[in-house]
Design a protein around this ligand. Structure first.
Ligand code: AHR
Length: 345
């Protein structure tokens, strides 16, 4: 795309206004972060920067922090980008407000991770009418007209749920417990988030093949450590005989482990309760290594470079796939060691 200089000037102007607004506690787009040198006057080199508006869900988890870092690193000036980063603090209304702000700034691309699946039609139509391509990252939207976004990049959440179920099948078989009655509780992520729905459907599809697996209850703990502890504590008080905890992210697992420990319940390879987690952040992989978490199904947050590749293709007029799934694996005490040194988050 050519002649970006006027957009760049507009962006700088909006950030100046926004930053002074934020200092006064009244920023129009919520938490838009601009680095000090973002406010320099535009130079010849900067005229060609590709302006990307990114609305992140929030900072609810270690995974999310790693995801933000990956995106901020990939959309650097050295790579030819000017990034406007917005933190929506878990609120769809904040994301919609931020996207409208990006549209009025006439950014080149809008990238966002939708907190929930539904409710995006109107704002996506506005972006389409303004001719701004929208790239979804991490989570998905449900819209009747799929031309409202250009492409999606993220994890196969349903596949992750299935992997967790398939791992449990194998584990119980090996322990010769495949015919035992197995009581399961599930700590779910944010309600109506595509990742929560996908992991739930995937795990349930495997559980459906095992009439002896009883899912006692599934309850949202919002992907956070504090809620994970709270909901796990409720489960412990309610159900005497929990065999398996499926926790849809590591932060909830950390909270759940606190609750279990506080109630004198041991976990993992030699413990009372089998723990199945998702994400595979470094701290959780250490717990896998020590046999406290039995398995961690990876959800890869390092999506920044993939989005850059997609934008480069779009800039060159090349076609892009509608769905792009990042690579992921399953970690157990048997294979985790080799990955620990290289995991940066
Ligand atoms: O959408 C990805 C999920 O959201 C990750 O599993 C979780 O940690 C995050 O908050």
């Amino acid at each position: 795309m050519k002649n970006r200089w006027w957009k760049r000037l507009l962006s700088v102007a909006v950030i100046c206004v926004c930053t002074s607004g934020l200092l006064a506690g009244c920023g129009p787009f919520g938490d838009v972060t601009a680095q000090p040198d973002d406010l320099e006057t535009s130079s010849d080199e900067e005229e060609d920067l590709i302006v990307v508006g990114f609305s992140q869900i929030g900072s609810e988890s270690v995974w999310r922090t790693a995801n933000s870092a990956s995106i901020q690193k990939a959309f650097s000036r050295e790579n030819g980008f000017f990034l406007e980063f917005n933190n929506a603090r878990q609120k769809q209304e904040n994301q919609i407000k931020a996207i409208r702000g990006f549209i009025s700034q006439r950014v080149d691309y809008i990238v966002f991770s939708p907190v929930t699946e539904d409710g995006w039609e109107t704002v996506l139509q506005e972006a389409k009418d303004a001719g701004i391509p929208v790239i979804l990252v991490d989570r998905k939207v449900v819209v009747e007209d799929e031309s409202l976004y250009t492409t999606w990049i993220g994890s196969d959440a349903e596949g992750e749920g299935e992997k967790a179920g398939i791992w449990l099948e194998g584990y119980l078989e090996e322990a010769e417990r495949e015919d035992e009655s197995i009581n399961i509780v599930v700590l779910q992520g944010t309600p109506e988030a595509s990742v929560q729905l996908g992991r739930t459907i995937g795990f349930e599809s495997v559980a459906a093949n095992h009439p002896n697996w009883r899912i006692l209850e599934q309850k949202s703990a919002d992907f956070t450590n504090a809620k994970g502890e709270e909901v796990m504590d409720e489960f412990i008080k309610k159900y005497q005989d929990i065999d398996v905890v499926v926790s849809q992210n590591d932060d909830m697992t950390f909270g759940a482990l606190k609750a279990l420990e506080a109630n004198g319940i041991t976990t993992g390879v030699d413990g009372d309760v089998i723990v199945v987690s998702f994400d595979a952040v470094h701290e959780a992989l250490e717990l896998v290594q020590h046999g406290i978490i039995n398995v961690d199904v990876e959800c890869n947050p390092e999506q920044g470079d993939y989005i850059v590749d997609i934008i480069r293709k779009l800039e060159n007029g090349e076609p892009v796939r509608k769905e792009n799934i990042v690579e992921e694996q399953v970690f157990t005490p048997e294979n985790v060691e080799q990955y620990l040194d290289t995991r940066t988050y």
